[in-house]
Ligand binder design. Structure first.
Ligand SMILES: Nc1ncnc2c1ncn2[C@@H]1O[C@H](COP(=O)(O)OP(=O)(O)OP(=O)(O)O)[C@@H](O)[C@H]1O
Ligand SMILES: Cc1cn([C@H]2C[C@H](O)[C@@H](COP(=O)(O)O)O2)c(=O)[nH]c1=O
Length: 243
């Protein structure tokens, strides 16, 4: 039994889920690992997401963080293969069908994401549910209809939105090869992304050099990882904790 535990010690212990009761005695000790953070990158095509995700993973690893990179769509699964064929225009699908496939492609990853985060590994994710809404709503589908299949996924700790001038993006390598890579369509996508922003979003202007953008992102993400360690994992767009 411990009496009159110092405030600093109380804070350190509670961040590791060791609780002190009202008499300042140690009540319970559950030795759980602090969780990893869910960091999502969003933006239009060729805004630099993949480049920045790779640099971030490299620098976090160099700082000693456990970190894993993921990407949506994950084109390696059966659902991902259908999506890939659609994006490369070798297959036509109804807009609603492909929207639901993109969402299903995220749901098929949820158990592994949950396990990874709970084990203390930070996930860096290249596109998530916000792309799902932005691209489908830009085709004219109802925005709230587009949101509904992704309700209950894991809520990100931070969404980093990379914004780049559409003309600059269109001049980047291989632009135009896939279905959505047209300037007017990307402008509509960008406007919908702006409507989706919530307090946990951070806009980063990505017109500048790769290294300058990386430095800004690194600062944002280091703070997020530090702050989210003791927060519960929440569900996206609905109340509740991910158990
Ligand atoms: N800040 C930058 N300045 C100049 N070129 C860049 C910058 N960031 C990325 N690029 C280049 O632009 C191209 C697209 O970058 P990247 O693949 O990272 O974008 P993306 O957002 O992941 O694209 P997509 O969503 O279309 O797959 C690449 O050739 C990359 O080297
Ligand atoms: C996740 C997701 C993506 N899209 C669109 C956005 C891009 O045009 C492609 C994916 O391209 P990437 O180079 O692999 O990033 O798919 C979408 O329409 N809906 C989604 O949910």
């Amino acid at each position: 039994m411990v009496h009159h535990v110092d405030e600093t010690i109380v804070q350190i212990l509670s961040s590791h889920k060791v609780f002190i009761n009202y008499q300042n005695t140690i009540r319970m000790k559950v030795s759980t690992t602090p969780r990893g953070s869910l960091i999502v990158f969003e933006g239009c095509d060729r805004s630099g997401k993949t480049t920045q995700c790779a640099k971030l993973v490299e620098s976090l690893q160099a700082q000693g963080e456990e970190v894993k990179l993921m990407k949506f769509p994950d084109r390696t699964t059966t659902i991902g293969t259908l999506i890939n064929n659609y994006l490369q225009m070798s297959q036509e699908l109804d807009d609603r069908v492909v929207h639901l496939l993109f969402s299903a492609n995220r749901w098929e990853a949820i158990e592994s994401m949950k396990k990874t985060l709970k084990a203390g590994t930070t996930l860096i994710v290249d596109r998530y549910a916000f792309s799902g809404i932005a691209y489908s709503a830009a085709k004219g589908l109802d925005l709230e209809w587009c949101r509904s299949p992704d309700i209950g996924l894991i809520k990100p700790d931070k969404v980093i939105y990379l914004s780049v001038n559409e003309q600059i993006m269109s001049e980047r390598a291989n632009y135009g090869n896939e279905r959505y890579e047209k300037i007017d369509f990307q402008k509509r996508v960008h406007n919908i992304f702006l409507q989706l922003q919530e307090p946990y979003w951070q806009n980063v202007s990505a017109d500048g050099s790769i290294d300058v953008i990386h430095k800004e992102i690194n600062t944002i993400v280091s703070e997020t990882i530090r702050d989210s360690k003791v927060k519960p994992l929440l569900k996206l767009w609905t109340d509740g904790e991910i158990l």
